[in-house]
Design a protein around this ligand. Structure first.
Ligand code: SAM
Length: 271
């Protein structure tokens, strides 16, 4: 079930009922969930740590409780479990043995952020935390740059400036972004502007608190024609790239097939 992402008043009456009547509450951190229980006036329900390290080991116990007629509540530290939080494995295991899994809906930072961003909410892609480094990060950034749905990312405050800079490198500095910070909390804010402006903004403020980054969808570009590919190849080679590098650059930049770029490249006379 979902729990608040910063404002304890957001716990729903149905969530309180379910917590009170559970046989067991699976939670990431008993101190954190203990505070929520205290706020809701719930006492005497057992809690069991269910985090990324212990989730797998908890499965058998949870299934035994349900088979014996009890109910188990699954919560995370904040928001909706299973959303960039533990829960997915436990839910899947319970589903696989044919037991009932039900959800009590409530806060999820991604939903709030995409709704208040002002961008297209008809279709959006949730990326969670993108890989921190290496080729996996680059691959994800390239995918995001071409994504024609609004993109939602989670990011830690000490990494947000770098992520926004990387997004600007891949999506172009004019792409619009919304930085939704400290949602439902005292210092809630929603900053909107281009990725270039966002870099300046994050340089000026010391990023603190929790952020969701919402990136506007890529424009629906018409596929590049042969002439555009040729011009891009010549520009890359004039800039000092060798033929192989130019082919790779143009393939990624114009999102066209490498074979097509290669064929056009071979028709360009070498200098
Ligand atoms: N399960 C949670 C949910 O439903 O949103 C997400 C948990 S994930 C470990 C934590 C990340 O969610 C944070 O780094 C931040 O990106 C985002 N987040 C959580 N609470 C937030 C809030 N109040 N304001 C902005 N972002 C938040």
């Amino acid at each position: 079930m979902a729990t608040p992402i910063g404002n304890l008043a957001d716990i729903s009456p149905r969530a309180v009922d379910a917590l009170r009547t559970s046989s067991l509450i699976c939670c990431e951190d008993t101190r954190r969930t203990g505070k929520l229980l205290q706020h809701a006036g719930i006492t005497g329900v057992r809690m069991a740590v269910t985090n990324e390290h212990t989730e797998r080991a908890r499965i058998a116990e949870v299934i035994d409780i349900i088979l014996a007629g009890g109910s188990v509540a699954l919560v995370s530290d904040a928001g909706t479990p299973g959303i960039s939080d533990p829960g997915e494995r436990l839910v899947r295991a319970v589903v696989e043995v044919g037991l009932v899994v039900s959800a009590i809906p409530g806060p999820a930072a991604l939903v709030m952020a995409v709704v208040i961003s002002g961008f297209d909410t008809t279709r959006f892609a949730f990326e969670g935390f993108i890989p921190r480094s290496g080729s996996e990060r680059t691959k994800r950034l390239v995918e995001i740059s071409k994504e024609q749905r609004t993109v939602v990312l989670y990011e830690a405050p000490h990494r947000i400036a770098r992520t926004v800079a990387d997004l600007a490198d891949h999506c172009g500095s004019d792409r619009r972004v919304c930085l939704a910070r400290e949602l439902t909390k005292l210092h809630e804010e929603c900053w909107r502007g281009t990725l270039a402006d966002a870099m300046v903004h994050l340089d000026q403020v010391r990023p603190r608190g929790e952020y969701v980054v919402v990136v506007e969808a890529a424009a629906d570009l018409a596929p590049a024609d042969d002439a555009a590919i040729g011009v891009a190849l010549i520009t890359a080679m004039d800039g000092g790239a060798d033929r192989k590098t130019a082919i790779a650059t143009v393939t990624a930049a114009l999102a066209v097939s490498k074979r097509r770029v290669y064929e056009i490249a071979t028709s360009i006379p070498r200098p």
